[in-house]
Design a protein around this ligand. Sequence first.
Ligand code: PXP
Length: 369
Amino acid sequence: MQSCDIDTHQVNIVLTTDEEIRDLNFRFRKIDAATNVLSFPFEEPDDSSVHLFSQKELGDIVISFDRAVQESQTYNQPLQQRLNWLIVHGLLHLIGYDHERSEKDAEIMLKKEHDLLNEYKNQRSVLMPHLAVNVDHVATIREARGINEPDPVTAAAICELAGAQGIVVHLREDRRHIQDRDVKILRETVKTKLNLEMGAAQEIIEFALDLKPDMVTLVPEKRKELTTEGGLNIVSQKKKIARTIGKMTKANIPVSLFIDPDLKQIKAAADVGATFVEIHTGAYADATNESLQFDEFELIRTAAEEAHLLGLRVNAGHGLGYTNTAAIAAIDPIEELSIGHAIISRSVFSGLEQAVRDMCEIVESGSFY
Ligand code: PXP
């Protein structure tokens, strides 16, 4: 409202149902259909009673909550952001913008809407999220042949040139993909940020302390799993994790804990002194219908907000791809998304540089919702 010079006015925002908004649409506009938002500018009464109002009134914005939920699912957009858009849209109608008047008016209103939402976006409590690319999958292909190509070190350089702001590798105890040599060279060549994913095994801890990556992400590790399957259970191994964090902290290596979007784990992560949590997005990515995906999304959003309130920095990742990342990128406290499989898969067809550029664009556009 400040950006529209109307912050001296009061606006009433009413959330209602599809049925009620349809009724209003018919009564006031003779349109017999539900809609997402209606604006009713304040009409000054003829008599002097207007002086009884303590604040100047701008009018009412009526939003169908049913429709907002439906649209947020259709556009794979967080509900909060859909509501922001509806409020901005309704507010502009209240102050005289009207996209139905003419094409020119529609253009003007769209631009103003975009500018206001951008301004709102820039008020995120953290900056736009970064894309960190996990290059393990390149090493997996190399190890399948047991030769020296494709090289994850070359892949990391291409990712950085294409706009990735971090490189992630998981040095597993069984060395099934990334090798010690890869991590050592990456330490020398990565220009952005090297995030070493690892289990809390003594041998790997010593390797990390020696290598000094820009950060480590502790993950649970099982020999037989295809990829990291679930988040860490911090609650059940607080002492062990706190000890590992203590060692890393002494070496100035920030620690992130990979956890499910579970408030108990978030709280435990704060208790053991982690700097970051990485919220596991696997269940969201694997959801088989929109409703389940929406529920998983809400868990991630709530967990991210809770972690931020507890002073933790927040990353997210696992299973994210070209169709489900924008909504996660739009969650306010999330600073970085760690994505591997989808990017390396697409690179087979489009080239790695293009695949990274495409994902960078999605991560950035997500923060515009
Ligand atoms: N974050 C963590 C902790 C992981 O273990 C992985 C997989 O290695 C990823 C992110 C990336 O997952 P994906 O390859 O599915 O994008």
